[in-house]
Each structure stands twice: as structure tokens, then as C-alpha cells.
Design a protein around this ligand. Structure first.
Ligand SMILES: [Fe+2]
Ligand SMILES: [Fe+2]
Length: 304
């Protein structure tokens, strides 16, 4: 017997290639939409669909189709300069990747970076605004989107060149992919983690490294950044207390620390301005945890 998985209502209109099913009162699954057909647009808009299902066997194909469709939406929104919506769509792309980091979801990410890069190469003001405007939630998804936005802004400011910027952007997008294997109780705890919980949390860099290398399609630098973004050049970081870190690991590590200070605060205090956040990080730079030159460049790009 076939197995079925219910899909989210918000995703219904993305599935063209795969068939959708509905469930009768007798718990029978009947075909709702043929393979290869779009769902009637008018019905999507009026929310008249019953709960819909896909075949479990189509799960990967569905994930791929969803990520591709989100990339198309992303390109459209970037073109129309809808900054808030761009962040929402990027959030959905990251969320799908974090929920199920498989080739179907991860393979669409380089395309996401291409679109992001092409859009912002034409409009750097938009990129600047996106790196500063908060998206307002404490989820790891928003953190990832913000880290990506700040990283891309840094790459543009520092004129790192197209190829390198895209690679670094992809590494930013994937840096916390290992958290997909950490429980939500730990990730979304609105309190200080216990020692045991923190130990579990600290396994996400290695898990991320394994997921990315396991894909076999990404630049090894992306895996290295996932592994090293919590390391510090004075050896005070984790998981290996490494001191010899690549530029990319140091950059994304620095932005990873800066981002939560700007956008939110674990103790529920008000989020800080970029300037105040940079002042706080400065103490750590002077303490020898981060490279001074990278910090200086981040300051000039975030306050210019
Ligand atoms: Fe992390
Ligand atoms: Fe992070």
C-alpha cells in the first residue's frame, strides 16, 4: 500500500510536476490533481482545497519542485525590490533545507545565491537595507537569512569578486545546516541552556560538516565554514579549539556573533543598533578572538 504525507496549504500551488491526493471520509486516498498539471489558480486563491497529500515516494521530487519554485519567486521579488518579501522567501528556502537537508533541497541553494547575487549586483542599496532591517523572529531560519544578507553585503563592500562572493554566500547559507539535527527545544529555548543541552548544541558544526561533505556537490570551503564558524583565533572556540582558521571561517564566524546582537537579544532586551553591536564585538576583537582587519572591514561596511 502507498504511503501519503500531508502538505502545507501554503505550498499547494507550487506542486505542478507531482500528483496530489485528497482523503475521503472512508480514509481512502483519491487523485486530486494529475501529475504535470498546475492546480487551478482560482481555487488556490479562494482556499477551497481540502487537506492534500503527496505520495511518500514523491517526497524528494516535491522538495525539489518546491525549492525551484521558491527560487523563481525570489527572483521575481528581488526584481520588484520587495525587500521584506525577499527575506520571507529566503526564509522559506532555508527552512525547507533545514527541515530535510537532502540533495533535493540543498541542490537548489547555489541557484538561490545566483539569483541573490544577480539581483543585488544591480541594486546595492537594496542589499544594504536588507542587511540592516531585522526580520523579527528568533528562529535559526531568520538568523541564517540575516547572516547571508550581511555576508553578501560584506563581499560587495570588500569587492571580493563574483565567484568568490557566491561561494562565500553559499557557505553563509549552509553554515548552520547542522542544527537540522538538533532538537527544537534546544534551538528555540528562550532561556539559558543547561550544560548538557549546550554540549548537544555544540555538535552542530561537525554535523553540518558531515551533511555538506556528504552531498559531494559543494565547495569544500562551505563544509569548512560549517565546521569552524564557532572557532576563535585565540583557541577559545569549539568544537576543536582550532586557531588556524580560513578567512571565510573567520568572516562568517564574526558575522555569526554579530547578527544576534543586532537583531535580538537572548535576555529579551531591546535589539541593538549596528553601531552598538559592533562596539560589543570590539571587546572580543581586542581580546584576540577575531581578526582585527576583518572586523574593521565589517564596521565600515555596516556603518557606511
Ligand atoms: Fe552555529
Ligand atoms: Fe549561526
Amino acid at each position: 500500500m502507498d504511503d501519503y504525507i500531508q502538505i502545507k496549504h501554503s505550498q499547494i500551488d507550487f506542486y505542478h510536476k507531482i500528483p496530489l491526493f485528497h482523503k475521503t471520509e472512508e480514509n481512502e486516498y483519491l487523485l486530486y490533481k494529475e501529475k504535470g498539471e498546475p492546480i487551478a489558480e482560482s481555487r488556490v486563491k479562494t482556499h477551497t482545497h481540502p487537506p492534500l497529500f503527496i505520495l511518500t515516494n514523491d517526497k524528494r521530487a516535491a522538495a525539489k519542485e518546491l525549492q525551484e519554485a521558491l527560487n523563481i519567486d525570489l527572483a521575481r521579488e528581488i526584481a520588484s525590490k520587495g525587500m521584506k518579501t525577499v527575506k520571507v522567501i529566503l526564509g522559506r528556502i532555508v527552512k525547507e533545507a533545514l527541515e530535510d537537508p537532502c540533495p533535493a533541497t540543498l541542490d537548489a541553494l547555489p541557484e538561490t545565491i545566483e539569483i541573490f547575487f544577480a539581483g543585488y549586483a544591480k541594486n546595492s542599496e537594496l542589499l544594504k537595507a536588507m542587511a540592516i532591517v531585522a526580520s523579527g523572529s528568533s528562529l535559526i531560519v531568520d538568523h541564517t537569512v540575516n547572516v547571508l544578507a550581511i555576508t553578501m553585503r560584506f563581499c560587495f563592500c570588500d569587492q571580493l569578486g563574483e565567484d568568490r562572493s557566491k561561494k562565500i554566500g553559499l557557505a553563509a547559507l549552509l553554515h548552520d545546516i547542522g542544527t537540522s539535527e538538533i532538537s527544537k527545544t534546544i534551538l528555540e529555548a528562550q532561556r539559558k541552556l543547561t550544560d548538557a543541552e549546550f554540549d548537544t548544541y555544540k555538535t552542530h558544526p561537525l554535523k553540518g560538516y558531515e551533511i555538506i561533505t556528504g552531498c559531494g556537490t559543494f565547495d569544500p570551503m562551505a563544509a569548512e565554514v560549517a565546521l569552524e564558524h564557532h572557532e576563535r583565533i585565540d583557541g577559545s572556540g569549539y568544537p576543536m579549539s582550532a586557531t588556524n582558521l580560513s578567512f571565510e571561517s573567520q568572516l562568517i564566524g564574526l558575522i555569526n556573533s554579530y547578527e544576534p546582537l543586532t537583531y535580538r537579544d537572548k535576555d529579551f532586551r531591546k535589539a541593538r543598533s549596528p553601531f552598538d553591536s559592533l562596539q560589543l564585538i570590539k571587546q572580543e576583537v581586542l581580546g584576540g578572538k577575531f581578526d582585527k582587519r576583518i572586523f574593521r572591514d565589517l564596521c565600515s561596511c555596516m556603518t557606511s
